[in-house]
Design a protein around this ligand. Structure first.
Ligand code: BMA
Length: 341
């Protein structure tokens, strides 16, 4: 087994966990036995919660949740949990404000990610900016959420911030898209000295010839810093005669130059197989948005949206998943290059 370890990791003794069951074939990832952890109509006025992100907070857990309101418009809701499995989700949407404290609500908000950099928590989501693009807000107390400048022009989705600056700059993955269901898409990297101006755009990795990710890919959970590089769980999409299928993939990015892919698993890690992944508002979707990690044990809990209807959790161990990704890695030229043309 590899001796990979987390870098800048934290001990999380209360990470949700179940031991690996017998009979796992393929990637060493196994689903929480009581999935889905969030079911239909979970909150007054909200029919479905999925594609949501969680973090440790003050010895417990906090999360930002994509809630589809009964009128069909998605917004972000805040939730708290003692065990990261049973969630109390606010009935009110997160009340975003501008820098003067005045209400500044997005028209809609979906697929939130939550990342802490230094002493600040950042939420990023898909917002209406005269078309689908990325919205961002910051908080230190999960009470006041101040919106900051939209980092990119439309159209864009799946923005994921790195949990620390790299070479002195904030780093963010994103997936340029169209305003609809986007029949293409690669992951790009952008950097910023101040969270206002973003540039030095680089191509990280593209859709490829593997059937499960041959239409589009997008960043998933915030990259995890390890001794092998940045461990990225992302989504890869294929097309069928009945629509898209979203699977979870794994890659490892260079620690100092994250636009360089060091390893990329040619097999999916999770593909829709369970009823809550195959059946729902949008069938056949596994959409990772966050992880929890425990430094002491190497445990990782992956949070993913299932069928645009539910939240699922899956478990893996750092050494096992890194070994699997490395052993099954295949890289294209556009993966290994710095990504500027
Ligand atoms: C994407 C986003 C995600 C969704 C996925 C599958 O374009 O809208 O929120 O999970 O499609 O429907």
């Amino acid at each position: 087994m590899s001796d990979v370890r987390f870098i800048n990791g934290q001990n999380l003794p209360n990470i949700p966990w179940q031991e690996k069951p017998e009979g796992i074939v393929g990637a060493p990832i196994w689903r929480h036995s009581e999935n889905p952890i969030i079911k239909r109509n979970p909150v007054k006025g909200v029919s479905r919660i999925f594609n949501s992100a969680v973090m440790p907070y003050e010895g417990k857990f906090v999360g930002v949740f994509r809630g589809e309101q009964n009128n069909g418009i998605p917004h972000i809701y805040l939730g708290f949990s003692d065990d990261a499995i049973n969630w109390n989700i606010n009935e009110e949407k997160i009340p975003f404000v501008d820098e003067n404290g005045n209400p500044f609500m997005p028209k809609y908000a979906y697929d939130p990610r939550l990342v802490k950099v230094e002493d600040t928590y950042y939420v990023m989501w898909c917002t209406d900016f005269y078309g689908a693009s990325i919205g961002m807000a910051k908080t230190k107390d999960f009470k006041t959420f101040v919106r900051i400048e939209n980092p990119f022009i439309p159209f864009n989705r799946n923005a994921v911030l790195f949990p620390r600056k790299v070479n002195g700059n904030f780093m963010m993955l994103s997936r340029p898209s169209d305003s609809g269901h986007t029949p293409f898409g690669d992951i790009f990297l952008s950097e910023s000295p101040d969270m206002v101006y973003w540039g030095k755009h680089r191509h990280v990795m593209g859709r490829n010839d593997k059937w499960w990710e041959n239409i589009k890919i997008g960043g998933g959970a915030a990259p995890i810093e390890t001794s092998e590089g940045w461990l990225l769980f992302y989504h890869g999409v294929t097309g069928t005669c009945n629509g898209f299928v979203y699977s979870i993939g794994g890659a490892i990015l260079d620690i100092d130059n994250p636009s360089i892919v060091k390893y990329r698993c040619s097999n999916y890690l999770i593909t829709p197989e369970e009823w809550y992944e195959e059946r729902g508002f949008t069938p056949n979707v596994c959409f990772p948005c966050a992880t929890l990690c425990d430094d002491a044990t190497g445990r990782i809990a992956i949070y993913y949206g299932a069928a645009d209807s539910y939240v699922g959790v899956a478990y893996t161990k750092l050494d096992e998943i890194v070994e699997y990704i490395k052993n099954n890695s295949s890289l294209s030229e556009s993966d290994t290059e710095i990504g500027i043309r």
